[in-house]
Design a protein around this ligand. Sequence first.
Ligand SMILES: CC(C)(COP(=O)(O)OP(=O)(O)OC[C@H]1O[C@@H](n2cnc3c(N)ncnc32)[C@H](O)[C@@H]1OP(=O)(O)O)[C@@H](O)C(=O)NCCC(=O)NCCS
Length: 162
Amino acid sequence: MKADEAEDRRRIPEGLTYRPMTMDDLYDVLEIERLSFSLPWTPDMFIVEFGNDNSCRRVIVDDSDGSVLAYMIYWTVLDEAHLMSIAVHPDRRGQGLGALLIENLIAEGREAGITIFSLEVNVRNSVAIAMYERFGFRGFGLRKKYYEDTGDDALLMELKIS
Ligand SMILES: CC(C)(COP(=O)(O)OP(=O)(O)OC[C@H]1O[C@@H](n2cnc3c(N)ncnc32)[C@H](O)[C@@H]1OP(=O)(O)O)[C@@H](O)C(=O)NCCC(=O)NCCS
């Protein structure tokens, strides 16, 4: 095991497991998705991700019952990783799980030679923006009326590492 892998594993709190998402996780993931977004991804949108070689899907699971507490999906293309979706179950927010996912995104990306991490976030989503800024992401532009249901703008954010 490389030193930074050992470091990552130390960050996973007792009783939780961080691992790749499987099809068996989809029921829980869809429920978190439904509770988190006004325009949730459909089951088909998640299933397509399993057939996409550029897609990385991760979950944090409660070891006591195997339930999914949080997940993220990101794509890697060449030296760039784009965060497609991230959500924590509403009952488990504010406990560091979102930060744990972002830490692992950056650690995995670094190992894979990623130098730019990018994402879109609703300009009104101050909690998520604060989380990304905590990890060094910076806003660099807007996609106007990006969210179809509300007409809200998306803030484009990126993090460059060397
Ligand atoms: C955004 C989200 C993933 C954060 O996950 P979380 O597990 O609650 O976040 P954490 O407890 O790990 O906190 C990480 C950082 O987020 C920010 N944050 C978390 N809760 C916050 C709150 N209530 N108010 C302000 N900032 C907050 C802080 O910067 C925090 O860092 P700190 O603890 O050092 O202050 C979660 O709120 C969520 O699932 N939201 C709905 C889905 C969503 O909006 N996804 C993002 C789409 S781009």
